[in-house]
Design a protein around this ligand. Structure first.
Ligand SMILES: [Zn+2]
Length: 233
């Protein structure tokens, strides 16, 4: 095999490892973002639930204040009743007291229904809160793990990139720039083997002339994708 091809293949092996590391480096921040978006989503659900519970509790306080107010009114009316002489006025006052009492009873019914709801929602909020805490803890761990992996990949990439000059020496200035242009496309293999008359990069058929050139060990290019092609001895 042409020694330039041999050197290019070794360089390509290194470059493809670096490319794979770069791909992983791109994915990690996306993963981290996804995790934190999920946690944020849960947090918002919790805030909404808690807000709803707080307004129910506020409503309960208003009902209690309403009862207190009506109880005071009943006491005031009852104290007035002793001073009334006329029967019809007395009856009207008693009626009024009865109405206020009915109002108290209505509010108490409302209170019972609301209390049930509050108790149910307090349990739900507590449950969501504990799940959220678990999720946050889990997310922090996952994030840390991903950052550790990211660091390791960066170190590995630095290592491989540092070795690159060793691999490019000996490759002629005629061959290295075209190789690097093909590499910078970010996909496929810049140097591709010819298998059964096909280019193993684009999988299309090569002309007999090109195949012959490759067979002779010349640096040929694929007729379709223009990648450097070679044939194993
Ligand atoms: Zn091709």
């Amino acid at each position: 095999m042409n020694s330039q091809i041999e050197k290019l293949l070794l360089l390509q092996e290194l470059d493809l490892k670096i490319r794979a590391l770069n791909t992983r480096l791109k994915v990690i921040p996306v993963e981290i973002k996804k995790i934190s978006a999920e946690t944020q989503n849960e947090k918002e659900k919790f805030t909404l639930r808690k807000g709803a519970l707080m307004s129910e509790e506020l409503e309960m306080k208003k009902l209690e204040a309403g009862i207190k107010e009506k109880d005071e009114l009943i006491r005031k009316l009852q104290s007035q009743s002793g001073m009334i002489r006329k029967n019809d006025e007395y009856r009207a006052l008693m009626n009024e007291i009865d109405n206020v009492k009915k109002g108290v009873s209505n509010i108490e019914t409302e209170e019972l229904i609301l209390m049930d709801r509050i108790q149910e929602n307090r349990a739900k909020v507590k449950d969501i809160e504990s799940k959220l805490k678990d999720k946050e803890k889990h997310a922090a761990e996952e994030e840390k793990e991903l950052l550790d992996i990211e660091n390791k990949i960066k170190i590995e990439k630095q290592n491989l990139t540092g070795k690159r000059p060793q691999y490019t020496t000996g490759i002629s200035s005629e061959n290295l720039p075209p190789y690097e242009r093909l590499l910078s496309k970010g996909a496929g293999t810049p140097v591709a083997e010819v298998k059964d008359g096909l280019c193993s990069n684009c999988h299309l058929k090569l002309t007999p002339h090109t195949t012959n050139q490759a067979r002779k060990g010349l640096l040929a290019r694929c007729d379709n994708c223009a990648h450097i092609i070679y044939m194993k001895d």
